[in-house]
Design a binder for this molecule. Structure first.
Ligand SMILES: Nc1ncnc2c1ncn2[C@@H]1O[C@H](COP(=O)(O)OP(=O)(O)OP(=O)(O)O)[C@@H](O)[C@H]1O
Length: 361
């Protein structure tokens, strides 16, 4: 493994609880990892520890086989060869773009000529060739962020850390830039770990995504697995639009199924181990129903009333209410424009059943 975080715990002086508790994760060389989670969950602290700006009280951080932090070892930040791009990426306003990009390059990075060439390569990599003589205020927000990326990559860091790099940009630009940053980092073959609040950004950039909650890493997995096979109830709730409804394991003609207010789900074999079905028959569960698991179907015997709707271009996100008061979310193509208060037919179309025992929090 190229980056290895091994049971790392970090506490700030005088804080009542640790900011990071026993977090382990790995990244292979060239992989892009993303950490998401609510504010205060410990994402930035972990990133700062990898950079060498905080130090764990226990656990180890290894990069390319070298121990950066571990029992009796504490490598200084400037010796780690790790690049950082922060939320407030602060270019130097009085320096031209090429001077900004070349700012971190010293003699150890080659001759003057080689350093000039490196700046040109970085300009080309981030798609800003020709703008080297401009000043930051002459560039758009997105272009400035790409300069910040080029500046961090110029000294050829072993690892790049990005802390909410797009948060000062508007939403549309953020989406576009997230995809572009992924392309640039992949092209440069760089290993990177990014922190964000935004799950669309996380999915757009990450090969692996981790969800942090109250100082712990709840799951570190491919985006698809996070969405379809969330390891904890928190992850299930945090990723995607979804609602938990009551469910119970039942026997349906000898086959175990999950009963829900919208009928039985039969494809539960993958969960039986987790739910200990043999002993749990009849115990209450909460079943996750995501907005894309609930399909609008006029022929369905299950009806639900529309209580809210939000237009999202290609589709509506309807909040629906069943007769017993249970609310659901459904993503419906936007040519099905129904009025609030109207009842529509719905049925389940669930590929991966996700359920947790009711007692789990
Ligand atoms: N310098 C500090 N001194 C004391 N406590 C701190 C310090 N920095 C962060 N904390 C605390 O550590 C915990 C984790 O904070 P951290 O900034 O790592 O979370 P985060 O997930 O990055 O949050 P955000 O998304 O809001 O940036 C929080 O409880 C925070 O209040």
């Amino acid at each position: 493994m190229f980056l290895q975080i091994d049971h790392v715990s970090i506490s700030y002086p005088r804080a009542s609880a640790p900011a990071v508790q026993s977090v382990s994760l790995t990244l292979q060389a060239g992989q892009l990892g993303v950490l998401i989670g609510p504010s205060g969950s410990g994402k930035t602290t972990l990133l700062r520890a990898i950079a060498g700006l905080e130090h764990p009280q226990s656990g180890r951080i290894l990069l390319d086989g070298q121990v950066l932090d571990g029992p009796g070892i504490r490598l200084a930040a400037e010796e780690r060869r790790i690049g950082m791009v922060f939320q407030d990426f602060a270019l130097f306003p009085h320096l031209s773009i090429d001077a900004n990009i070349g700012f971190g390059l010293r003699q150890e990075h080659g001759s003057k000529q080689q350093r000039r060439q490196r700046v040109q390569e970085m300009l080309a990599l981030v798609g800003l060739a020709g703008l080297e003589d401009k000043f930051p205020h002459q560039l758009s927000g997105g272009q400035q962020q790409r300069v910040a990326l080029a500046r961090a990559l110029a000294p050829q860091p072993r690892l790049l850390l990005l802390d909410e790099p797009f948060s000062s940009l508007d939403v549309e630009l953020r989406e576009r830039l997230a995809e572009e940053v992924r392309r640039i980092l992949k092209q440069a073959g760089i290993t990177a770990l990014m922190v964000t609040h935004d799950q669309m950004e996380a999915f757009a950039v990450g090969d692996v995504v981790g969800v942090m909650q109250q100082s712990r890493l709840e799951q570190w997995d491919e985006p698809y697995a996070l969405y379809h096979r969330p390891a904890t109830r928190f992850v299930a709730d945090f990723i995607g639009h979804g609602i938990f409804v009551p469910g119970a394991l039942v026997s349906d003609s000898g086959v175990t199924a999950m009963d829900t207010p919208l009928g039985k789900l039969h494809d539960v074999a993958h969960m039986l181990d987790t739910l200990q079905s043999e002993t749990a028959h009849g115990l209450p569960f909460d079943v996750l129903l995501r907005s894309d698991d609930i399909v609008h179907d006029d022929l369905s015997p299950f009806k639900a009333r529309i209580v809210r709707k939000s237009f999202r271009g290609a589709d509506f996100l309807y909040t629906l209410q069943l007769d017993d008061g249970i609310e659901l979310l459904s993503l419906v193509p936007s040519h099905h424009d129904h009025a609030i208060g109207e009842a529509i037919g719905i049925r389940l179309d669930v590929n991966h059943v996700v359920a947790f025992p009711r007692a789990t929090t």
